[in-house]
Design a binder for this molecule. Structure first.
Ligand code: G1P
Length: 296
């Protein structure tokens, strides 16, 4: 069965970005000229997923509005003959079939994914976390779907991180397979200390999940941070083998983390530097700026 559904959890309170996120969801923070969430939806669509379910919470109306029509804005741009901006306004409207469900109680990522059960039904689906933007030139999600097509299992994206960062991620124990860059995940632990981490292979925010994850989530009790963790349910699948167990695709490409303020600033600089339109001017300015020790 081809995978067509993407689930994007977007119910977090965004407290790390207050006051910007007091009345606006953190997913709407722009990375250059697009809200972070649009990159993620574009990535899902680029990998062939046509149905997007966002798990939202209070204060998230801006998300629905962003992926809906804005007829007033459209008619102003039409009157002005501003085709380029009109195309940009249309783009987010016509990307995918968008659906929304509210999480109500923010009880963790696992709990958010469980809210997708009714919409997804009993079929494999992808989960994309909004804090991670994968460069549009990469094809991580498509590769994960290919691995799933070959051998049905739940698939996580893994990236090597500095040992000082392991406490921020789900960390995997893996065995190598014959496929270059594809591993079998034998165990997982959510946010271990550097001393307890079994490796430095971190789960980054892309998953292709077998529907058996819903059964595992139903029985998952609160874990790290008192929340229902997706990692704990995946550990259950990895150790029991349910749904074909868990495989990992090791990613070595460009990922932009927007999860906290410093990473968000770095993401903007990196995305802007890589842009064809703004990149050349921005890079040369950046060079001068650094040379001036921040006094330019
Ligand atoms: C979540 C997951 C964690 C994963 C991370 C990737 O954590 O719980 O396993 O490694 O996303 O970004 P969060 O960043 O929401 O704390």
């Amino acid at each position: 069965m081809p995978i067509v559904k993407a689930v994007i959890p977007a119910a977090g309170l965004g407290t790390r970005f207050l006051p910007a996120t007091k009345a606006m969801p953190k997913e709407m923070l722009p990375v250059v000229d697009k809200p972070a969430i649009q990159y993620v939806v574009e990535e899902a669509v680029g990998a062939g997923l046509t149905d997007v379910l966002m798990i939202t919470g209070r204060n998230k109306n801006a998300l629905e509005n962003h992926f809906d029509r804005n007829t007033e804005l459209e008619s102003v741009l039409e009157r002005k003959g501003d085709d380029r901006r009109l195309r940009e306004v249309h783009q987010s409207t016509h990307l995918a079939n968008m659906h929304y469900v509210r999480q109500r109680d923010p009880m963790g990522l696992g709990h958010a994914v469980l809210r997708a059960n009714m919409h997804v039904g009993w079929e494999p689906f992808a989960v994309l976390l909004g804090d991670d933007i994968i460069d549009e030139r990469e094809d991580l999600l498509r590769r994960m779907i290919e691995v799933h097509d070959k051998q049905p299992a739940s698939i996580v994206a893994l990236q090597e991180v500095d040992p000082s960062q392991v406490h921020l991620y789900g960390i995997a124990t893996v065995e190598h397979t014959e496929d270059e860059g594809v591993v079998r995940v034998t165990d997982l632990v959510e946010k271990p200390s550097a001393d307890d981490a079994p490796s430095n292979l971190a789960v980054i925010g892309r998953y292709v999940l077998q529907p058996e994850i819903f059964d595992a989530l139903e029985k998952t009790t609160p874990g790290s941070g008192g929340e229902i963790q997706l990692t704990d349910a995946l550990k259950d699948l990895a150790t029991s083998g349910a749904g074909g167990g868990v495989m990992g695709v090791v990613f070595k490409g460009l990922r932009y983390d927007t999860g906290d303020r410093l990473d968000y600033l770095k993401a903007i600089v990196r995305v802007a530097s890589n842009r064809e339109d703004l990149g050349p001017d921005f890079r040369s300015w950046l060079h001068e700026f650094i040379g001036s020790e921040g006094r330019l």
